[in-house]
Design a protein around this ligand. Structure first.
Ligand code: NAD
Ligand code: WQD
Length: 337
């Protein structure tokens, strides 16, 4: 298939483009490079042996997006492009609503007008809000605790309505848990701009000497060691979930939500220990107060995706840490500009 991948130069998108190309698909990337680098696309080509077509276009530019559709005639879409920093979305809600919602609406309209109705959408476990019942199942009510989270809840609702109005749409909303790690080649990985918000990139930047120590946000949560528990999923496993979802949508259609997680929770201290075991490098840390908005524990029930997609993720935390470290060590300052 000819697959248009929005946000394909980004962290999860770049790994997914490699998986799609390896499976024989032709990939067109639409990315405005607002949070990524064209070098990631060169690295994709190097790994997969095929150069994906890159269109540097903002999804909010409707005319430019429609032009890409007219020229490339995609058969399916994987939609990653979005702003994703939870704290930033609280400070700049309009920027997040505009980018994620207007960008999404333009994309869905372009799809309808060009007879392309197969979509895999990057959703998030954030749509479970602060739901206390664990493990998290797709049937749990959706809610959000940040403007970023609301954009995911709203886009899922729009896609539900779209499928209800016209059953020709084939849509999978993939609710990712905590994507981490890097391509085993060390050539693709996560390259946050400025201070990392997320745990693993912060740990690898401490290990490589870019930051002095990690701050552990809270050690008095009601968890076994007091630190927060999350479901960390290797980014390549996650990328493979998109291929599995596309296959399922081709076979059966419908509108679906699928959790992409491992089903296992690990605490912040367990992640630090796994990193130290995998790399032999000590990670200095200090414990501070909890981060506003953090919940004590979150992990998936991935059984729907296991059964319906024939997909599962069980890469160990040690392998995740070893891959993240290989990427960071080989690219201490991220991608070249
Ligand atoms: P990322 O920032 O690395 O990738 C997003 C890409 O989209 C970037 O390359 C950026 O330049 C591009 N982009 C953003 N707005 C755009 C626009 N208007 N037009 C064109 N391109 C645009 O982020 P990621 O971690 O790879 O996340 C990908 C998707 O997965 C996002 O939708 C995110 O919300 C979702 N998600 C991420 C996580 C996570 O922890 N990384 C967890 C759950 C869900
Ligand atoms: C993991 C754990 C922190 C940094 C976020 C989004 C969520 C989804 C995935 C997009 C937490 C602790 C972190 C640090 C720390 N993204 N931590 N020190 O918050 O579970 O999820 O990414 O959809 O919506 O909220 O991930 O990596 O930020 O944090 O102690 O410097 O590590 O408190 O317990 P989170 P994270």
């Amino acid at each position: 298939m000819r697959i248009l991948v929005t946000g394909g130069a980004g962290y999860i998108g770049s790994h997914t483009v490699v998986v799609l190309q390896d499976a024989g698909h032709e990939v067109v990337i639409v990315d405005d490079l607002s949070n990524s680098s064209a070098s990631a696309v060169d690295r994709i080509a190097e790994i997969a042996g095929k150069v994906p077509e890159l269109h540097q276009v903002d999804l909010c530019d409707r005319d430019a997006l429609f032009e890409v559709f007219s020229r490339t005639r995609p058969e399916a879409i994987v939609h990653f492009a979005a702003l994703k920093a939870v704290g930033e979305s609280v400070a700049q809600p309009l920027r997040y609503y505009r980018n994620n919602l207007i960008g999404g609406l333009n994309l869905f309209e372009a799809m309808g007008e060009h007879d392309c109705r197969t979509l895999v959408f990057s959703s998030s476990c954030t749509v479970y809000g602060g739901a206390p019942a664990l493990p998290l199942r797709e049937g749990a009510p959706t809610w959000a605790v940040s403007p970023y989270g609301w954009t995911k809840v709203m886009l899922e609702q729009i896609l539900t309505d779209l499928h209800a109005a016209d059953g020709r749409w084939r849509i999978g909303s993939l609710r990712y848990f905590n994507p981490v790690g890097a391509h085993p080649s060390g050539r693709l990985g996560e390259d946050p701009r400025g201070m990392p918000n997320n745990l693993l990139p912060f740990i690898t930047q401490v290990a490589v000497g870019r930051r002095e120590r990690l701050t552990v946000f809270g050690a008095d949560y009601p968890t076994p060691d007091g630190t927060c528990v999350r479901d960390y999923i290797h980014v390549v496993d996650l990328a493979e979930g998109h291929l599995a979802a596309l296959r399922r949508l081709q076979d059966r259609g419908g509108y679906h939500t699928w959790n992409l997680g491992t089903g296992r929770g690990h605490s912040v201290l367990e992640v630090i220990a796994a990193f130290e075991r995998a790399t032999g490098i000590a990670v200095p840390y200090e414990v501070a107060g909890g981060r506003p908005g953090d919940i004590a524990a979150s992990y998936a029930d991935p059984s729907r995706a296991n059964e319906e997609l024939g997909w599962r993720s069980d890469t160990s935390l040690e392998t995740i840490c070893a891959d993240a470290w290989r990427w960071q060590q080989a690219n201490p300052d991220g991608y070249p500009n």
